[in-house]
Design a protein around this ligand. Structure first.
Ligand code: FAD
Length: 593
């Protein structure tokens, strides 16, 4: 803490933003940069309190509070105050591989937990984080740092969202050879196709992907493991697999008229919008071809697999995209069903596409606008949040687009083909037979909203199941991949012993094919050069239990696929922690943090 009276001397100031009417004319980020002196003052507000809840990352009253990444917040705040930006960047990168993502999109539970919030307003941690990493890029301090040595171990990461990327970055740092498989045409998961460009510009994602490539990570796009390439084949070529496929199976709304044209899942709409935006800006090459940066002869087998699998599935996917390119709100009345963040992103996107009107339905009651006096502190405040999309809609339409305690009852059509409106009904929440609150329709409260485009943003039911079923993995009650405590049982099932018995035999594609072709999962040991150390190989005598291990040997899971839809910061944390376990599994120890 450089300035003992910083919190008294300076008020909280956040970066100013372009006006709502101005920014809906473009797709770019709209927060302005703060100058150095203002940032210094904001950093000086951090009092390095004895119990810095901001970086604690824990569960409180059932909710996550503090930074999931345990960012060293007081340390880098102090370094910014002292003008030592270079070291601030190093301290920031110590716990977070991608602060340029979290500095833009994280809802900042750190600020909700800042001690300063007790008596005033919290430190502007999020904008300081963004400023440090942006400066790092501007100054050229962030450069590829390939590992000094390679271990000879190979790991496949399935899914290239923040969890997969963080995991790959850490494993690569430890010297393992990492290949990331991604079914989309671009790397980034929801960072690319999900979070809209005005929240996180896609060039920011691409810049980090380029760095990871330069550090030696191999990216294979347009390849859905389990569909385009058999999972057993990936298994046979790698010593461990990390599943980081996200949790984007969308919740449905099965009411009358659901089959009409013009009703779409929010994720389809947001993805099509980003693809169109990238295509219009000339930075989207929609060739549909598999792309890999793998040029080394050691990866020829993988490349052959990819060539062999360059079949109909991808073409189908791309013709679907071509159709969806026309999926636009331009000139239409839009109803978004779902009042969460995904719904907000739909509202903001529809406004930028030039919709005629937009309404957002939310079945839950309107949250209080201020934290109740009896709310225990510190806690991330559960108060009404008027997010960027609602502010923009309010500026255009003169009122909040949200209708609380309102449910869609049926979709209407004049032609029998396309949707033309949504009939809604007001909801009352009363205790049901078991005493828990239940929604009841208010008789006579029906209303009709015109809509030629309806977007379903009702949340997600969990990960897509195809790959998980092929691997015969255990799921938890919410259909996420079950992990935790596995590892010992891998050994007791004899898989590690079988591994050792085979000694240095390498399971290349041919032996794996013999055992696995067409049968989905096979409990074959991995096709590596020696026994995994965590299961009794070199460097470790005892099998250990891993938190991120699935029920299948050598297969780990991280991010939304394991914990359900969450936040980018949690995904990065999970990717980092899973990487530590994989490193321990492969080498018997780890130097990763
Ligand atoms: P994802 O980001 O979902 O990535 C998984 C990737 O795996 C995908 O690219 C998918 O194509 C790929 N994949 C899946 N199966 C396979 C397979 N078999 N083979 C190959 N590839 C496969 N969080 C925030 O913190 N701030 C926000 O502002 C925010 N906004 C959001 C907006 C929207 C619309 C949504 C839906 C979510 C948002 N989130 C936000 C949540 C956040 O994006 C996720 O929690 C996070 O991206 C999860 O990371 P992940 O790596 O686990 O999975």
């Amino acid at each position: 803490m450089g300035k003992a009276t910083g919190f008294l001397d300076y008020s909280r100031v956040t970066p100013s933003e372009d006006g709502a009417l101005e920014r809906i004319e473009h797709w770019n980020e709209f927060a302005e940069k703060m100058d150095g002196e203002h940032l210094r003052q904001q950093a000086a507000r951090c009092m390095d309190c004895g119990t810095p809840y901001c970086h604690a990352g824990r569960i409180l009253s059932g909710m996550a509070a503090g930074c999931p990444l345990n960012n060293l917040i007081p340390e880098w705040n102090d370094l910014v105050f002292r003008g030592d930006w270079r070291n601030a960047l190093d301290r920031l990168h110590k716990r977070n591989n991608f602060p340029e993502f979290t500095g833009r999109v994280c809802p900042a539970p750190c600020e909700g937990s800042c001690t300063g919030g007790l008596i005033g307003s919290p430190v502007t941690i999020k904008s300081l984080e963004k400023s440090i990493v942006d400066r790092g890029f501007e100054e050229g301090w962030i450069v590829p740092e390939p590992p000094l040595r390679r271990t000879g171990r190979k790991v496949a990461v399935i899914g290239s969202g923040p969890a997969g990327l963080a995991c790959a970055a850490q494993l690569n740092k430890a010297g393992h050879t990492v290949t990331v498989y991604e079914r989309a045409d671009r790397i980034g998961g929801l960072l690319t196709y999900g979070i809209p460009n005005m929240k996180l510009e896609k060039k920011t994602v691409q810049r980090r992907v380029d760095l990871l490539e330069a550090e030696g990570i191999v990216f294979v796009t347009n390849t859905e493991v389990g569909r385009d390439i058999p999972v057993w084949q990936v298994r046979a070529h790698h010593d461990a697999i990390v599943l980081a496929g996200g949790a984007t199976a969308a919740r449905e709304l099965t009411i009358e008229g659901r089959g009409l044209d013009g009703i779409h899942q929010a994720m389809d709409y947001l993805t099509a919008s980003t693809k169109k935006m990238l295509s219009d800006s000339g930075s989207y090459a929609d060739s549909g071809e598999k792309r890999t940066n793998d040029d080394g002869p050691a990866k020829q087998a993988t490349r052959r697999t990819l060539d062999l699998n360059n079949g109909a599935t991808n073409r189908e996917r791309y013709s679907a995209f071509t159709a969806k390119k026309e999926l636009s709100a331009a000139g239409r009345d839009v109803v978004v069903i779902g009042g969460g963040d995904t719904g907000t992103d739909c509202v903001a996107t529809a406004l930028r596409q030039g919709c005629r009107s937009v309404v957002q339905l939310e079945i839950m009651p309107e949250p209080p606008s201020a934290r109740p006096a009896d709310n225990p502190w510190p806690e991330y405040p559960r108060v009404k949040k008027t997010d960027y999309g609602q502010r923009e809609a309010e500026a255009v339409q003169g009122q909040d687009p949200r209708r609380y305690m309102t449910s869609a009852k049926r979709f209407l059509s004049e032609t029998g083909e396309s949707v033309c409106g949504v009939q809604t009904v007001r909801i009352e929440w009363r205790s049901g037979p078991d005493g828990r609150p239940m929604p009841y329709e208010v008789p006579g409260s029906e209303e009709v909203f015109p809509a030629q485009l309806v977007l379903l943003a009702l949340g997600f039911t969990g990960p897509e199941q195809l790959l998980l079923q092929q691997l015969e993995l255990e799921s938890d009650a919410r259909s996420n991949v079950h992990t935790g405590g596995h590892g010992r049982e891998w050994a007791s099932r004899g898989e590690a012993a079988a591994w050792r018995a085979r000694g240095a035999t390498s399971f290349g594609a041919s032996s794996a094919e013999a055992g696995g072709a067409g049968r989905g999962v096979t409990r074959l040991p991995f096709g590596a050069s020696s026994s995994p150390a965590g299961l009794g190989g070199p460097g470790s005598s005892d099998p250990v239990a891993f938190l991120y291990a699935t029920s299948a040997e050598g297969i780990f899971a991280a991010g939304d696929m394991r914990r359900g839809q969450s936040l980018v910061a949690w995904a990065i944390r999970e990717g980092r922690e899973a990487a530590r376990e994989v490193d321990r599994y492969l080498t018997g120890g780890t130097g990763l943090h």
